[in-house]
Design a protein around this ligand. Structure first.
Ligand code: PRX
Length: 645
């Protein structure tokens, strides 16, 4: 079955884009018609980006459906025996696993029944903290099947981060593993959950999957084994698990992400619009053809895994490869070995992975057969030209289009990206908005900058002026926070937090990076305020300021300026203590790359830290610090400059 909405030519794209702007309801309802509904909608779209309760966004109001019937059941007759998930383990010597649509459907139904037996009901929040095993996808889909709201927490977050998320979402259930394999490490997930749950007495059940045989403490009455719960369902003869009928706007999941304040927010995605948007963008951006093997290297703990390992590909009936390990273990050829082994047609990865593999040389690439590849994708951060060309030449052998996909946790799916085989690509440009996406570039005064003429470029802050089906609907438990964060800066528009440049010659967009206090470290989104709060928890620390700086592999590194009670006797040990504190409070992913002890921070008379100056110092730009006369004590800057790492 081909996809009726697949864009095959530039003319198709232009026609689809025009229709999506002139008649968005007609455009999206024609696509939605190709999905399976228990009941169709009464109204396609109702929205408000500027009122006091903004955002109010409802797609496909009145429709009834279950996303798993679209991701699983409806494929059973047409491609029941086709692989849905090919799972590649961390250890290349362990056998890979293939789950066909029939098998995945069956496993999801069984685990759905196990969840129900454990008291999980529609609307309940379920925190999932697992490694990249097929059961993670099964757990996510089982929640969706019974109408429970999943909140997946990436395996690199600390016990405290898990506890904060469980408490914020009032999750009563947790699904985890004894441990997870990542490269040569074993991460004791259950033990981290146990530490988290000391702060979460309301959690009723923890379901634990065996993966690593790491010793765990199972608490009576609270903790149960995944395998035992499955057996209980199986001894009942695997009763069917009819999917719960959901409203189009029922919450599908909550996913926590960092912003410019200290506390991560739970981004809320709902059911129908998200499903249609992820499937539509998956099929079009990657020019996916039925039966092709698609491999996204992300972790399901991040939005990329939600939208483009699980929901988008499965809604499109694709073959989705899921990888447990890391690109550099046992060696830097692992991703290419997977491409070779499973005859992957599309690989979707992050610039940080490409840069780190580049650094290991071509030896790990040249002995692999990459001839199955047809499309390459990049996501998570700006891709620098060097990495783009390496990907193009050495992986795509100059015959595979690279889609540089720009989007965010909040957007649910890709917004600006080339369409593979259709859009002419240009290194470091995400190129053009997908159908349905209406970008606006804003200046500092809040005015929209007109489209650039030929030979001209404009830059400013990137907003989106019209709703799209996959967008966030709220932030969990605090709708006003959603309005303030995304709809206040530019009234009537969604503000992305990213800066962008547009080239008048081709109308292409280039994303230049965050304009707020959010860092993008190895494609992981980290709030500077969050890291500062964590550093400040250390007993010896008085105050700190965290900024990003350009890092060859990670894209951005974390640079922390720290004031301590007294000068540390052993600065190296003091640095390690601070790193340990950050790992405890947030997780190892947020550990600063550099810590500089300082006596003072550059502050204005009103007490605001001038991060602009710290950013320049961290970047090594000592000369051009701009105006420092408004500082309370300009001498501080010289001290910091002298001590620069
Ligand atoms: O700054 C942009 C950057 O990643 C941010 C979103 O991060 P997160 O919510 O974690 O989602 C990442 C995966 C979708 C954006 O605000 N970003 C993402 N993709 C690109 C990008 N920057 C430049 N080019 C991209 N292709």
């Amino acid at each position: 079955m081909a996809y009726p909405y697949q864009i095959k030519t530039q003319a198709d794209y232009e026609k689809a884009y025009k229709k999506s702007v002139e008649d968005p309801e007609g455009f999206w309802s024609a696509i939605a018609d190709t999905f399976y509904w228990r009941k169709k909608w009464d109204k396609v779209l109702e929205w408000d980006f500027s009122g006091p309760d903004a955002p109010q966004v409802k797609w496909f109001q009145g429709a009834r459906l279950n996303i798993t019937e679209n991701c699983l059941d409806r494929h059973l007759d047409t491609r029941g025996d086709q692989p849905a998930i090919i799972w590649e383990p961390n250890d290349p010597d362990e056998h890979h696993r293939v789950l066909t649509y029939k098998q995945l459907h069956q496993k999801v139904c069984i685990f759905s029944n196990a969840l129900k037996n454990n008291g999980v009901k529609k609307g309940d929040r379920v925190c999932i903290y697992m490694g990249m095993v097929p059961e993670l996808a099964i757990a996510v889909l089982a929640c969706a099947r019974i109408g429970a709201i999943h909140s997946v927490v990436f395996g690199g977050f600390s016990a405290k981060s898990i506890a904060d998320r469980i408490l914020d979402a009032s999750a009563d259930f947790v699904i985890t593993c004894d441990g997870a394999y990542r490269g040569n490490k074993v991460i004791p997930l259950k033990s981290v959950v146990d530490d988290a749950l000391v702060q979460c007495p309301d959690v009723k059940k923890v379901i634990v999957l065996t993966r690593t045989h790491t010793p765990v403490s199972m608490i009576k009455g609270r903790d149960v084994w995944w395998e035992d719960e499955i057996k209980k369902v199986e001894t009942l003869g695997n009763p069917p698990c009819p999917a719960e009928e959901m409203d189009a706007e029922d919450t599908l999941y909550v996913l926590y992400t960092s912003g410019s304040t200290g506390k991560p927010k739970g981004v809320v995605h709902t059911t129908a619009g998200y499903m249609i948007y992820t499937a539509y963008t998956f099929v079009n951006v990657f020019n996916y053809q039925p039966g092709e093997v698609y491999f996204c290297t992300a972790d399901i703990g991040w939005v990329t895994g939600h939208s483009y390992i699980v929901y988008g590909p499965l809604a499109a009936g694709a073959v989705s490869v899921m990888f447990e390990g890391v690109p550099t273990w046992p060696n830097a050829g692992r991703l290419w070995e997977i491409v070779d082994k499973h005859k992957v047609n599309t690989i979707y990865t992050a610039p940080t992975a490409i840069r780190s593999l580049m650094a290991h040389g071509l030896g790990f690439v040249e002995d692999k057969d990459l001839s199955s590849l047809r499309v390459l994708g990049s996501v998570g951060e700006p891709i620098n030209e060097e990495a783009w060309h390496w990907f193009d030449e050495h992986i795509g052998k100059k015959r595979c289009p690279i889609v540089d996909t720009w989007w965010q946790t909040e957007t649910g799916g890709i917004l600006i990206s080339p369409i593979a085989t259709v859009t002419h690509t240009k290194p470091s440009y995400a190129t053009l908005p997908l159908p349905g996406i209406q970008p606006a570039i804003m200046d500092e005064k809040g005015q929209e900058i007109p489209a650039p003429q030929k030979g001209e470029q404009v830059s400013g802050n990137l907003c989106i002026r019209f709703p799209w089906p996959g967008m966030l609907r709220s932030t969990w438990g605090d709708h006003e926070r959603c309005r303030k964060t995304y709809f206040d800066a530019y009234p009537g528009k969604y503000f992305t937090g990213d800066g962008c440049l547009r080239d008048g010659d081709d109308g292409y967009y280039r994303i230049t990076g965050r304009v707020d206090d959010v860092l993008n470290v190895s494609g992981h989104r980290i709030g500077t305020a969050e890291v500062e709060n964590a550093i400040n928890m250390h007993a010896d620390v008085v105050e700190s300021a965290v900024v990003g700086y350009p890092h060859d592999i990670k894209g951005q590194g974390v640079y922390a300026f720290v004031i301590t009670e007294k000068e540390p006797d052993n600065p190296n040990l003091a640095r390690k203590d601070i790193l340990e504190t950050v790992a405890r409070i947030i997780g190892p992913i947020a550990k600063p790359d550099k810590i500089q002890f300082v006596k003072g921070l550059p502050k204005t008379r009103s007490g605001k830290i001038m991060r602009r100056i710290l950013r320049k110092i961290a970047e090594g730009e000592m000369e051009n610090l701009g105006d420092t006369t408004t500082l309370l004590d300009p001498g501080v800057v010289d001290d910091i400059k002298q001590g620069k790492l």
